[in-house]
Ligand binder design. Structure first.
Ligand SMILES: [Zn+2]
Length: 154
């Protein structure tokens, strides 16, 4: 299951990536969103009922998201049977660029992360596309907290 999210759903797009869903984000033009969706067999996520109508007419799969909050948006997707399983490795995609993330040996990130981080952590991951490095730091903990919240939603 792959997605393309409209410009109003940036936060949801980043979270879908963290849960391993191939999710495009950043296409501004509605017609372009529809044509990419059709070409790449992606489900359109949008908050715009006009775009949703248009997508359906043109034969694209579309999910019209009604809520403004991330938690509610995740709930809407869950209600449609979209699963939110394991956050972050091994299946996650880069929240910045949608690239695949793989574990890297600590030595490989020497000099690429702040020295203090290098000292404190042993677990590192890198995005194969944009090179962003991830480690279980404060931001990661915040993500896990959010993850727990999202999973507890029934
Ligand atoms: Zn990336």
């Amino acid at each position: 299951m792959r997605f393309i999210a409209d410009m109003m759903l940036g936060r949801l797009a980043r979270w879908l990536r963290l849960y391993g869903y191939d999710t495009l984000y950043g296409v501004k033009d509605d017609d372009e969103i529809v044509s990419v969706a059709l070409r790449e067999d992606r489900i359109i996520l949008t908050r715009d009922s006009g775009l949703a109508e248009k997508s359906k007419k043109l034969g694209a799969d579309v999910i019209l998201i009604s809520s403004n909050s991330l938690e509610e948006q995740v709930r809407e997707l869950k209600n449609l049977g979209i699963e939110f399983r394991e956050l972050f490795p091994p299946n996650a995609r880069c929240p910045k660029c949608n690239g695949l993330i793989r574990p890297v040996p600590k030595e490989e990130v020497r000099g690429k992360v702040p020295p203090k981080v290098y000292e404190l952590y042993d677990e590192f991951y890198i995005c194969q596309d944009c090179g962003q490095i991830y480690w279980p730091g404060r931001q990661w903990e915040e993500m896990l907290k959010m993850d727990k919240k999202l999973r507890d939603e029934k």
